[in-house]
Design a protein around this ligand. Sequence first.
Ligand SMILES: [Zn+2]
Length: 596
Amino acid sequence: MSAPVLTAVAWPYANGPRHIGHVSGFGVPSDVFSRYMRMSGHRVLMVSGTDEHGTPISVQADKEGLTTRQLADKYNRVIAEDLQGLGLSYDLFTRTTTGNHYQVVQELFLALHRNGYVQAKTQMGAISPSTGRTLPDRYIEGTCPICGYDGARGDQCDNCGNQLDPIDLKNPRSKINGEVPKFVETEHLFLDLPSFAGALGSWLSTRTGWRPNVLKFSENLLGDMRPRAITRDIDWGVPVPLDGWRDAPMKKFYVWFDAVIGYLSASVEWARRTGDADAWKEFWTDPAQGYYFMGKDNIVFHSLIWPSLLLGQNGEGDKGGQPGAFGKLNLPTEVVSSEFLTMSGSKFSTSRGTVIYVRDFLKEFGPDTLRYFISVAGPENQDTDFTWDEFVRRSNFELANEWGNLVNRSISMAHKNVGAIPTPTAPTAADAELKALARKAFDTVGDNLRRSRFKAAATEAMRVVGAANKYLSDEEPWKRKDDPERRDTILHTALQVVSDANTLLTPFLPHSAQKIHEALGGKGVWSSQPEIREVTDLDDPSLQYPVLTGDYASDQAKWESVDIEVGRPLDKPSPLFAKLDAELGETGPDWAPIVK
Ligand SMILES: [Zn+2]
């Protein structure tokens, strides 16, 4: 039996549309992985949603002249549409402003509180002297007290990775208007992170196969675990279910706290929507495995903080305790983090205008070229510059020339000469060798995909394509007019390998895989795509929102070589990948920023 798999995908923040840097971190890798896992027989639950609380939402809402709710509604829909366009096969992509999410967050908090892992503490909080409004940590900038980096934020230093308190920053200033913040006393709840350090250390020491940078980064932070505030002075967020807090208009859970619990709440919402409210448990308890996908700026939340919340909820930190309402929950099997996709050496930046939005990209190039580029040339292990030159080169040479051409000429020749999948006769050593290479690739590509080594997996799959092209050039079926039996055997071999390579490439290229399935005479759904459904909130009938979901379990695509059916009629195929203008490689499209 294959273990059920939870694919937990980082929650995009709903303050604007997503750019291709975002989806190269959390989006495409998680979908390639999930599609492979489903194809190889695992039950998969892939969940996420938009992260909609916190001050940046309020700040952006002010900017756009909307209420926070209107702003969240707007970008929840924009982001859901972008991810659908990319073909990300979420079982549920929801949001953090649902009644269900509020209940799950509060329930999990109560377990932590009962088990003694939450303490109230009075601290100094920053306010803006000019407006009197609370100034959140991440809107305060200054010099890191630990490493001296000058661009440290109040909550975290991006240079050394340490969590910070804004009051410890040297030369603090407001990122909104540059003024020096004023610190006043305010009471907050803190998660007792140090009491999980021991359990986290033992757990991390059992993690094998993680990308080394993720493990090392996490282990380095273990030594400096400090209590971390889980509440904020803010009116936009999940209320704290304790007397004295519940009705306080300016006390809510800190956005990071409610957002990480989203993996659980989205699983619960998915289950409630299937009609079996307990169906989520299969994906959160043994023998289920949980894989978490994100960009590297989010590692700490997934490798230390979310596991701490789970340990506390389970009653497994230094203070012990009893499992909460959800029972004992699994910690992550693996935290899969990507590095950054950059442009001219810097992170994508909306404010600097160095940004390529998913929507613009899809409109011009379609989803599979972007999915392929991110998989084979993305920031899997190191920061990677996006260049149009590389994108055009990969699309033209690898997708159009190598793969598209192999599919097109194999099917065209069979269509023209036979009108159907031809009958093979006496195979030669070359035929057998090529077929064996394709069959063997299911193990090597599959093994790489299981370990989230997407570059290696895509490269191995494309090796089969290269070998098949070489085979056709060597065997020259177009010169075999006098020997139709041999010609048909060559074409049969080529079509079998096209079919196998199509299966191997399905996780990366699910849209074109469906087309190739049909071009090979197949019927029905090979690899399905997510759809947007308008739903009513399960706990508040006055709220409607779009979710991304789909029925992927009945896809025909399985991770195995299937013998093609002799005699199946073949139509004349149409080209799969349009060849891009080489000039595009120098300038990019006119809507895009110049990449140097
Ligand atoms: Zn630092």
